[in-house]
Design a protein around this ligand. Structure first.
Ligand SMILES: [Zn+2]
Length: 228
């Protein structure tokens, strides 16, 4: 977020979007750079102040460095044939490398987009983003009252299934060498128990179990060595 922009607080609305769909929007913006680009997406209310945004798309359009406009014929055809027009409640566009904020023209376009195709829409989401991933988002409410509410995007990261597989492989291939049995007390000399941990490589080995603290095989070892 750049300087001078209003902060997005905890209040306001939350737009939940999958990492995949958010990256898709940013990739559309990057692919069109250095020109602007605009697109649509679907949205559904999923909680008191939460809207889920999915399936970003683009249509044929004419673009410049600072403007973009859908091809009227293609847009009309999309409205006539798409099954998702009534759920298409998101208008997003790129500011390329410029700051992500809504200009007066952007606001006019948003309100126009909110009307076309589903005039009875009670609310509509607008997002402006740049290739750096900065954005501004608002939800316009049309009924039963008119309001424009700031929104923040919450990116839902998919569970890291790759990590689970990797962890399985590591557990299968990496044998943790246990330290030699404790030395007789007489040989310990002035070594402290923390010296012993360092020499046993305990810290390195522990990393493999960073996520399974509960079955830490080293549990209790420190106590035992410290006892003498
Ligand atoms: Zn704009």
């Amino acid at each position: 977020m750049s300087k001078g922009k209003k902060k997005r607080g905890k209040e306001g609305l939350v737009l939940k979007i999958s990492d995949k769909d958010w990256q898709k929007i940013l990739n559309y913006c990057k692919a069109a750079s250095p020109h602007e680009l605009m697109g649509l997406a679907q949205a559904r209310i999923t909680g008191d102040s939460t809207i889920e945004v999915t399936d970003p798309i683009i249509l044929k359009q004419k673009v410049t460095g600072v403007t973009c406009e859908f091809d009227k014929k293609d847009f009309a055809q999309w409205i006539g044939t798409s099954e998702n027009v009534s759920d298409t409640k998101v208008f997003w566009h790129s500011h390329v490398n410029m700051e992500a904020f809504f200009s007066g023209t952007d606001r006019e376009t948003s309100l126009r987009m909110a009307n076309i195709g589903h005039g009875a829409s009670k609310w509509f989401v607008s997002i402006v983003a740049n290739v750096k991933g900065e954005y501004e988002a608002v939800v316009d409410v049309f009924h039963p009252f008119k309001a424009c509410i700031d929104a923040r995007i919450e990116i839902k990261r998919a569970p890291n299934s790759e990590l689970a597989l990797i962890r399985e492989e590591v557990n299968g291939k990496v044998e943790v060498e246990l330290p030699a049995p404790a030395l007789p007390t007489s040989l310990l000399g002035s070594m402290t128990s923390s010296d012993l941990f360092r020499h046993s490589g305990r810290n390195t080995q522990r990393e493999y179990f960073a996520d399974s603290e509960s079955d830490n095989p080293f549990m209790g070892m420190g106590d035992h060595l410290g006892e003498s």
